[in-house]
Design a protein around this ligand. Structure first.
Ligand code: FE2
Length: 667
């Protein structure tokens, strides 16, 4: 008889314990054990949350190098079927050679589940017939469990599911997180209950200030500076939407600004300044002609502005001209800082409100949440757990399917907060999203190329760019290390059928088979693969953090980010007053619902998993462990540098500080 020492690790998460009977079968290259009940010294306490327990499994003969285990658990009359979270199983053979089987998932049924030994294997490495069979079976089950669905025509596809709890248990998250998108919780936390139903306009800015009790270091700065032109410009670099601004080399034909109109802070002509790279444009053409929402049956308004900005000799970015609608017309004046205080402030309020819609729908929802879901679904459908790409990417998909389901249910559904309270909620939202899809290119998702394409390489004080590019390089270095370890030649990439199916699924369901997106339809080199995987991890971590974390910082003081506007864009100059602005800003109920939602969406979750931390040990190879350590060291260095840099800034930029960035889109 040959005996194997088995140690089973039950997860430390809430309710991970099972009291069911657990069975194991060891499968080796030369044979297999019987299905054996795991009986240990701890008895019924063997599989308690956060513990590990030892067992023995006997075989008649040496079964050779272990390739997989089969686990199942059975309810009894006394112990009804429960859910068990297993971290891993370690098996030692008589020669004391250890085999680790990473699991990190719930088992909540009585079926047999197969788990592979932890050494990553591409399909071409998987030569053992049982290994190959297990791989095929796993992909068959995954293909049935994770299906694509169409939420709306023209948008990236999403996971097919009927409810937040109907997703496979391996991707479920803690129940408390389900309430994250209900404004009600935020209203209570911000002590705004009772105001959420009020349809009246604000009477004064002091009245808004009275409900603005929850403050952060940045919200206080915003409240003091929201009227300042330099701060208005600063937000295009380091606010929640840092990807719209582009260098302007030729004025668009629908924005006929002349030298006589603008004041360029003592510099030369518009043409000279454009040539020097000091003129920038923000164009909200995605919002053109979109019919704004009705809030409590009252018509709302949404502009589609063009904003021209100038980099001053003092290295500030200041708006010099604003046009609120795209088509030139007499009733569509161009506003300038030299106009009356309230004409200019009102024009800027329309821009900030347009920016809210552009940011939430294009920059945040589409370009991070919906894409992260595409990457997750394609991974879960096409990659077996033993594949190195599964091991590398699965931590970056954590909670994404659930949070997106909840976003569809609680934010953008017919009764969702966004639909009820944002000017671009409802039908307009789909128009904006569909238009946004048309600008969704591969190069715009790769930060180094995006910065170049937008011509913003040398804009001063652009911390999103500076921190983002450093983070991109660190992620790229890590991904290169891991993938070069598994793929020694371009041919090996081409031969990996699972890898090719993964990218084809992304191309088809995420980018709707549009070759103009530039998204690869297959991979033929290791380098192409490294770049794409870098983009996936960057999008799910740093980019999402950059556009998510500051929502309350920049939106908590409502006048800086009105989520809707109650009056149409001004058609002439000279009549706006403080009263006009207050009548235009969202009503009390809309304001507090917006504040509450942004508060909830900016909060760090209690089970936050920071970028580069991999509590689930999917990789077992020492070489990859070392790469992970190196990755974390680089991230720590970047974090320290960012913290140091921030000490000298009036407004710290901390959204891409790796210590604040989560591994995945989880909020
Ligand atoms: Fe988010």
């Amino acid at each position: 008889m040959v005996y194997y020492k088995v140690r089973v690790y039950t997860g430390g998460n809430f309710c991970a314990t099972t009291i069911n009977k657990v069975y194991i079968k060891l499968v080796g290259e030369k044979g297999e054990s019987n299905r054996t009940k795991l009986l240990g010294l701890k008895g019924a306490a063997s599989f308690y949350q956060g513990t590990s327990s030892k067992f023995c499994v006997w075989t008649d003969v040496d079964i050779g190098k272990l390739t997989l285990i089969e686990l199942d658990k059975q309810a009894t009359f006394m112990t009804p079927q429960d859910a068990w979270f297993v971290d891993k199983v370690r098996v030692k053979n008589p020669e004391k050679e250890a085999f680790i089987f990473p699991i990190y998932r719930w088992i909540d049924d009585n079926k047999v589940h197969r788990f592979r030994e932890g050494t990553a294997l591409r399909v071409i490495d998987d030569t053992h017939h049982l290994g190959r069979y297990g791989r095929e079976q796993e992909l068959k089950i995954r293909g049935e469990e994770y299906n694509w669905d169409v939420y709306a025509d023209g948008l990236p596809h999403c996971i097919k599911t009927t409810g937040p709890l109907s997703l496979p248990s391996e991707v479920q998250f803690s129940f408390s997180t389900e309430f994250v998108y209900t404004a009600s919780a935020g209203l209570t936390e911000l002590k705004l209950k009772g105001l959420d139903g009020r349809c009246t306009a604000w009477k004064s800015f002091e009245e808004i200030n009275k409900v603005f009790t929850k403050k952060t270091e940045i919200t206080e700065y915003v409240q003091k500076n929201w009227k300042e032109d330099a701060f208005f410009g600063y937000q295009y670099l380091n606010g929640v939407n840092p990807i719209l601004i582009r260098r302007c080399t030729t004025l668009p034909s629908n924005f006929p600004v002349t030298d006589e109109m603008v004041i360029l802070h003592g510099c030369g002509s518009l043409a000279d300044e454009m040539k020097k790279g000091n003129i920038f444009l923000c164009d909200y053409k995605n919002l053109d002609g979109v019919r704004a929402n009705l809030i409590k049956e009252k018509r709302q308004y949404l502009a589609a502005p063009l904003v021209l900005l100038h980099k001053t000799p003092q290295d500030e970015l200041k708006p010099v001209a604003i046009k609120l609608k795209q088509t030139p017309a007499e009733d569509n004046p161009i506003f300038f800082p030299s106009d009356s205080e309230y004409d200019w402030l009102l024009a800027k309020a329309f821009v900030r409100s347009a920016d809210f819609s552009e940011h939430q729908l294009n920059v945040h929802l589409l370009r991070t949440h919906l894409l992260a879901e595409v990457f997750a679904v394609s991974l879960l459908r096409n990659m077996p757990m033993v594949h190195p790409l599964y091991k590398l990417l699965v931590p970056h998909t954590r909670y994404t399917l659930q949070i997106n389901f909840l976003a569809r249910l609680l934010l953008i559904s017919k009764t969702g907060v966004f639909t009820q309270f944002a000017s671009s909620g409802g039908d307009g939202m789909f128009t904006i999203l569909q238009r946004s899809v048309s600008s969704l290119t591969y190069s715009s998702l790769c930060l180094p190329e995006d910065i170049q394409e937008r011509g913003v390489e040398s804009v001063p004080n652009y911390y999103y760019r500076d921190d983002g590019l450093k983070l991109w390089d660190i992620i790229h270095g890590f991904v290169k290390g891991v993938l070069s370890f598994y793929y020694k030649s371009d041919d090996e990439v081409g031969q990996d059928s699972e890898l090719q199916t993964w990218i084809q699924d992304i191309y088809e369901h995420g980018f709707l088979s549009q070759p103009t997106t530039g998204i690869p339809q297959n991979f033929s080199t290791v380098e192409e693969l490294i770049k794409f995987v870098t983009m996936v991890i960057f999008t799910c971590s740093g980019q999402h953090a950059a556009v998510n974390t500051g929502q309350y910082d920049y939106g908590g003081w409502m006048p800086n980010t009105p989520i809707s506007l109650q009056q149409p864009p001004p058609t002439k100059k000279g009549s706006a007053t403080e009263e006009t602005l207050l009548q235009t800003l969202p009503d009390v109920g809309t304001t507090v619902n917006g504040m509450a939602t942004m508060w909830l969406l900016s909060k760090q979750s209690s089970d936050f998993v920071g970028l580069g931390t991999y509590p689930e040990g999917h990789f077992c190879e020492d070489a990859v462990q070392k790469l992970m350590e190196g990755f974390r060291e680089e991230l720590d260095k970047l974090s320290a540098n960012i913290k140091e840099r921030n000490t000298g800034l009036k407004v710290p930029y901390k959204y891409i500080d790796p210590k604040e960035v989560e591994n995945s889109v989880a909020i």
